[in-house]
Design a protein around this ligand. Structure first.
Ligand SMILES: C[S@@+](CC[C@H](N)C(=O)[O-])C[C@H]1O[C@@H](n2cnc3c(N)ncnc32)[C@H](O)[C@@H]1O
Length: 231
């Protein structure tokens, strides 16, 4: 299903659709610079131990959206770290950032059951080994993390479960611990793995945005992610 018609089919807010169209227009004129930036990051990944690269495609958008953060000095939380790709980007590109990585490293249930999950966690540990002082690892389900956490964060990346119910929970809990002016990045906006459209991430994200109503600004809607800022 094409992205725009998908957004319309799930009754997406017009502001989001407008931002997505805007994104496509601007991206058209930035193709070369985007490609160069992404390739540069892919070169960095060549020395790393990854079986999947789901993240490099997002790096140029992250660089643009996070460009205004002072001194790159921020507290970052990510739900869903897998082999450490997104975490490595943040560690490498934002040398003053402090990271918190949450992943259950538990058997997958939503389409990637074939992954050897023990190996995935081992790769995460190896890939982040040289950044030891700058990140904390939380091996647990996101719901358990949210129950025990007392900290607030400047940037939160939700990239864990794909199931709408869990995505909604992760977004709502993240919103509570996101600082004012903080940025929430939600992945898999256009991921359609479940037959019932209401089970997919975008449905949950749209419902979540209805709940937080006027409390946010839409910063960007890319081909994979949605970036919002807490007012
Ligand atoms: C798409 S991967 C994350 C990709 C990663 N950000 C990257 O850049 O490669 C999703 C991850 O979320 C984790 N996950 C799924 N559901 C979770 C949950 N409820 N709590 C914590 N982690 C979860 C999975 O173990 C998996 O490693």
């Amino acid at each position: 299903m094409r992205r725009l018609s998908y957004l319309k089919k799930i009754n997406t807010n017009k502001k989001i659709i407008k931002k997505y169209i805007e994104y496509n227009i601007f991206s058209f004129f930035q193709k070369k610079i985007r490609k160069n930036f992404i390739n540069q990051y892919r070169n960095f990944l060549k020395n790393k131990n990854l079986t999947q690269d789901w993240f490099s495609q997002n790096t140029y958008d992250w660089k643009k959206v996070l460009a205004n953060i002072e001194n790159n000095n921020f507290d970052y939380l990510e739900i869903g770290s897998f082999e450490g790709n997104s975490a490595m980007f943040v560690l490498n590109f934002y040398p003053n950032a402090r990271l918190n990585c949450v992943d259950s490293w538990d058997q997958f249930t939503d389409g990637n059951e074939s992954f050897d999950i023990k190996n995935v966690e081992k790769k995460f540990d190896e890939n982040l080994n040289s950044y030891k002082e700058r990140y904390k690892k939380y091996k647990m389900k996101s719901e358990v993390f949210f129950l025990s956490n007392n900290e607030k964060f400047d940037i939160i990346y939700v990239d864990g479960s794909h199931l709408a119910k869990t995505v909604m929970h992760d977004c709502l809990e993240s919103w509570k611990i996101l600082k004012k002016n903080g940025v929430l990045i939600m992945d898999d906006y256009f991921w359609i793995g479940y037959e019932n459209l209401k089970d997919n991430p975008a449905y949950a994200i749209n419902e979540f945005l209805k709940i937080i109503n006027n409390e946010y600004l839409i910063l960007r809607v890319s081909k994979h992610q949605i970036f919002i800022q807490k007012k």
